[in-house]
Design a binder for this molecule. Structure first.
Ligand SMILES: NC(=O)c1ccc[n+]([C@@H]2O[C@H](COP(=O)([O-])OP(=O)(O)OC[C@H]3O[C@@H](n4cnc5c(N)ncnc54)[C@H](OP(=O)(O)O)[C@@H]3O)[C@@H](O)[C@H]2O)c1
Length: 357
């Protein structure tokens, strides 16, 4: 692997690639987030990122952005990409063909693409074509933007983020549900809407749909709304809740019985919220090309995912309010350490990574 020595300029442009890749929202679905930069004589002459599954890859957008006056420099330029370019024709053409067609002589990327049929094949192909290739497999910023691809290709399921807010005394909601309650402040709520724009599906339990009647939109942040996925094995939803009046395809509903009274895409799972049921949910979501999903509660659903071991990251807000009595927040497995701790407005945000997914 030609990844030594580390060239400082390579690292600087790969950092720019990671930044561009991170601009992509949930419309990349189960595709990788990829950024690309074309550099000639220490000057960026083109850049782009993959924005939407089925549409142009980062390399294509990058080369298309090169101004007419710079096009003659393309063969002498270095193409930086956050991920190994693809060499297979899927919904769009192979990027290795584009690189060869444009006559680019040097390609630098961070990680190999673990997609079957790519994974090193592109390196071999480019090298055979006389193109210089440098790789930086340990470059952390691009690993983080594509965490979902590694989960998909190694575990065969979407990446799962658990997200919830607890009161200062560790409760998800107060015992008294008569009044509307808030645990987090406006800045945290906006951040949650931003996260929603980045994950194509949000899962919630049937009881949360009925009790909270959430809209699950991104109204506080510009970006696509996620698709609501409801796990309602006790058939509590009535079909009149806000979520069923939503835009687009409407929710995907997993039910206990074959009910005909709700107009939504439905899948019957039976009455038990166990690992087998969750496996079926995840298999369906993978089939529908969801690369990353967020579980936004409530307690029953979060606990079911935790006890099945189906989680990769947990984002937990702790507010200042105290409820005294109510529904207890779930506990993460013993030994989980926060990898990030920040103050968002008046709230504490802690992020945990599952050490053994
Ligand atoms: N603070 C937060 O971040 C946050 C986020 C979301 C929701 N919440 C709160 O959480 C509350 C809802 O939480 P929740 O735990 O009651 O419900 P939930 O997680 O929304 O839904 C879980 C559903 O699964 C059902 N269930 C539980 N165990 C089961 C089993 N073994 N087999 C089959 N079905 C099973 C439950 O049935 P039953 O209805 O019969 O119990 C419930 O309908 C709401 O009041 C909401 O306010 C808080």
């Amino acid at each position: 692997m030609a990844s030594r020595p580390i060239i400082a300029e390579d690292i600087a442009y790969l950092r720019r690639c990671a930044h561009l890749a991170g601009l992509a929202d949930s419309r990349v679905r189960d595709n990788p987030r990829v950024g690309a930069v074309l550099v000639y004589q220490h000057r960026i002459i083109g850049e782009g990122y993959h924005q939407r599954a089925g549409e142009a890859h980062a390399e294509v957008n990058c080369l298309a952005s090169v101004a007419a006056k710079d096009r003659a420099s393309i063969p002498l330029a270095t193409l930086y990409i956050s991920l190994e370019p693809c060499c297979i024709t899927g919904r769009t053409g192979a990027c290795t063909d584009l690189i060869r067609r444009e006559g680019i002589s040097t390609v630098v990327f961070a990680q190999r693409d673990t997609t079957p049929g790519v994974d090193g094949q592109s390196v071999a192909l480019l090298t055979r074509a006389g193109i210089t290739v440098r790789e930086y497999p340990d470059f952390a910023p691009t690993l983080a933007v594509n965490a979902h691809r590694r989960v998909l290709t190694t575990m065969g399921r979407p990446r799962i983020i658990l997200k919830y807010a607890q009161s200062a005394d560790g409760l998800l909601r107060p015992a008294n549900r008569r009044e509307k309650y808030w645990i987090t402040g406006p800045v945290s709520r906006r951040l949650v809407h931003r996260w929603r724009a980045d994950t194509a599906a949000v899962l919630i339990g049937g009881r949360t749909v009925v009790e909270d009647d959430p809209a699950l939109t991104t109204r506080l942040f510009p970006g696509p709304d996620p698709r609501p996925v409801i796990i309602d094995l006790r058939d509590r939803c009535t079909g009149k809740e806000k979520i069923f009046q939503t835009r687009g395809k409407g929710p995907l509903l997993f039910t206990g019985t074959d009910r005909q009274d709700i107009a939504a895409e439905k899948i019957v799972l039976g009455p038990d919220l166990n690992k087998a049921a969750l496996t079926q949910v995840l298999t369906k979501l993978k089939e529908q090309r969801y690369g990353e999903v967020t579980v936004e509660g409530g307690a029953g659903l979060l606990r079911a995912f935790l006890s099945a071991g189906y989680w990769d990251e947990a984002r937990i807000f702790t507010g200042r309010v105290r409820f005294g009595q109510g529904v207890a927040a779930p506990s993460l497995p013993a030994g989980c350490q926060a990898v990030q701790r920040s103050t968002i407005g008046d709230d504490l945000l802690e992020v945990f990574i599952n050490p053994a997914p």
